[in-house]
Design a protein around this ligand. Structure first.
Ligand code: FMN
Length: 513
């Protein structure tokens, strides 16, 4: 900052000198004239019509620019307000762009240059380069704020006019297409912010940051080449089932904006394990990918035994396929399986049966179990005790949708619009947090906990981390806040960790349990 202040004060001094000479109608000495008499002629430049714009001498504009910039830079010593740093970035860009234009006027139009103006331009270029380096995080924050503004004020109002499932499908197909173009890299260059405080190796997997896409958004694994560019640290595909399923009867998706929630009634709509594993088997992933597996939503599955065999079969297909996924999710908690409603896989006995059968496959990749949140603490504790026996289960995801339609975070007038389905987003948050705390207290390091439900901001994610989650998953926050929110959450997490003197996210896990 000191260097930046000195540079902007040098620019200010230069501008004051030129203003003084301008109003006294004196041409400053141009020592380079002796060596470059043709090229360098301060008089020609400073008396040209271009030295005044809109009635204001450029030298005076220089004083205003450098004076303002110096004040902003000095203000950073007295205030931590981010807006000051954002203004420094914008002002330094304005200075550099204007300088570029004035250099063009000197060389391209007047055909001569003034060393004082060139010096000012040089100072502007150095300042913008240093700001680019020193205020890297703030620069990224500014990008995300601009994206958020566009999403909230232009895109979302338009998107929310259309049917949610149509928009979801369109976004997935466009995202898949975009990933093959340079535009995606451009988007990524403005959003991907890497920082060692967010990096961790957990469950044997290396994560660049802790924010992942939860199961249910990328059912057919179309976005594995795209999500890295939105600053996701990992993603889940599916839930995928042994046989394909066309989806529950409509409506399958609905918006509850006042509740910050979505009504979900998809029931594992997906193309099936064989088709999806075929699609993925030759792909390299940019971030860790988890394959979420559940029971096929078919009325042909009539017993728990059949459900277990069906799940095992889907795991087997992926294990044999050579897909380079980093982990699996075993989803035993989907509340929308209309055709296998009566097969409750989360009762301790049935859960034990599923885990025993999957365990026999001797899967090397870590498996995470996706937990329900509507069960009582006692029921969840029993489930965790069963799961803890199985070494191949490295973690748990807490948790799935909110089944309680009376949850106080749900606005009842919105709930009444839907006869089917269950709820994501903010109505999941409280219970998800309670259960993360419970699981961490009871089992400490036995499970890697992925916290999921109602994460919209960095603070929401941090809360889950301090309760015991090592990783975070989300969907609904992204739909309401915009795709830049992942980057915003990561940037906020870096600040929160720094504020609390944690060098790495691992140090923060469970500190509030
Ligand atoms: C549209 C949609 C579809 C979902 N489908 C699945 C699914 O197939 N498998 C699953 O484990 N969870 C599914 N979920 C639940 C989410 O993975 C997540 O647990 C829940 O939405 C809470 O997170 P959120 O508040 O960040 O959305 C779905 C959620 C949404 C919004």
């Amino acid at each position: 900052m000191i260097l930046l202040i000195l540079l902007s004060l040098a620019g200010l001094a230069d501008s004051i000198y030129l203003t003084y000479e301008h109003f006294n109608e004196v041409i400053p000495p141009c020592t380079v004239n002796a060596f470059l008499p043709i090229l360098s002629d301060c008089g020609k430049v400073l008396t040209s019509p271009y030295s005044v714009m809109f009635g204001i001498p450029l030298a005076v504009a220089g004083i205003l620019h450098y004076g303002f910039l110096s004040s902003l830079l000095i203000a950073t010593f007295f205030s931590r307000r981010k807006v000051i740093k954002y203004m420094i970035i914008l002002q330094s860009i304005i200075g550099a762009v204007s300088s570029l234009y004035f250099m063009y006027i000197q060389f391209g139009v007047i055909g001569s240059f003034c060393i004082y103006c060139t010096l000012s331009a040089l100072v502007s270029f150095i300042i913008v380069s240093l700001v680019y380096i020193y205020l890297k995080r703030e620069r990224f924050q500014l990008h995300t704020l601009i994206y958020a503004f566009i999403y909230q004020n232009i895109l979302k109002p338009v998107l929310f006019l259309f049917d949610p499932e149509f928009i979801h499908n369109t976004m997935v197909s466009r995202g898949k297409l975009l990933a093959t173009t340079p535009l995606m890299k451009l988007v990524g260059s403005k959003l991907i912010f890497k920082d060692k405080s967010l990096r961790q190796k957990t469950a044997g997997i290396y994560f660049e940051n802790p924010i992942g896409l939860a199961a249910g958004f990328d059912y057919n694994a179309d976005l594995t080449q795209a999500l890295y560019y939105l600053d996701f640290g990992f993603q889940s595909v599916g839930t995928i089932t042994n046989s394909s399923y066309a989806g529950n009867p409509y409506p399958r998706l609905g918006r509850l904006p006042k509740s910050r929630s979505l009504m979900v009634n998809k029931g594992f709509k997906n193309k099936g394990a064989t088709a999806i594993s075929e699609k993925l088997k030759n792909l390299k992933f940019l971030i860790p990918v988890g394959v979420s597996i559940g029971v096929t939503n078919s009325s042909e599955i009539k017993t728990v035994d059949m459900a277990v065999k069906d799940i095992v079969s889907a795991f087997r297909i992926f294990e044999k396929s050579g897909v380079k996924n980093s982990y699996y999710e075993l989803n035993i908690s989907c509340p929308n399986l209309v055709n296998v409603k009566n097969l409750t896989l989360y009762s301790p006995k049935n859960l034990d049966a599923v885990l025993k059968a999957v365990g026999r496959l001797r899967i090397k990749k870590p498996v995470f179990v996706k937990m329900p949140i509507e069960k009582t603490n006692r029921e969840i504790s029993l489930m965790l005790s069963v799961i803890a026996k199985y070494k191949f289960v490295k973690g748990i995801i807490i948790g799935n949708l909110q089944k309680n339609k009376k949850d106080h975070n749900l606005v009842q007038s919105e709930v009444r619009k839907f006869k089917v389905g269950y709820f994501s987003g903010k109505p999941c948050e409280e219970r998800s947090n309670e259960l993360i705390g419970l699981a961490y207290k009871k089992h400490k390091d036995r499970f890697v906990i992925i916290g999921c439900g109602g994460v919209f901001t960095g603070k929401d994610a941090y809360k889950k981390i301090k309760l015991g989650a090592s990783l975070i998953q989300m969907i609904t926050g992204m739909i309401y806040e915009g795709p830049q929110v992942i980057s915003q959450i990561n940037l906020e997490l870096i600040e929160l960790l720094k504020r609390d003197n944690f060098k790495n996210i691992k140090e923060a896990v469970g500190t509030e349990s």
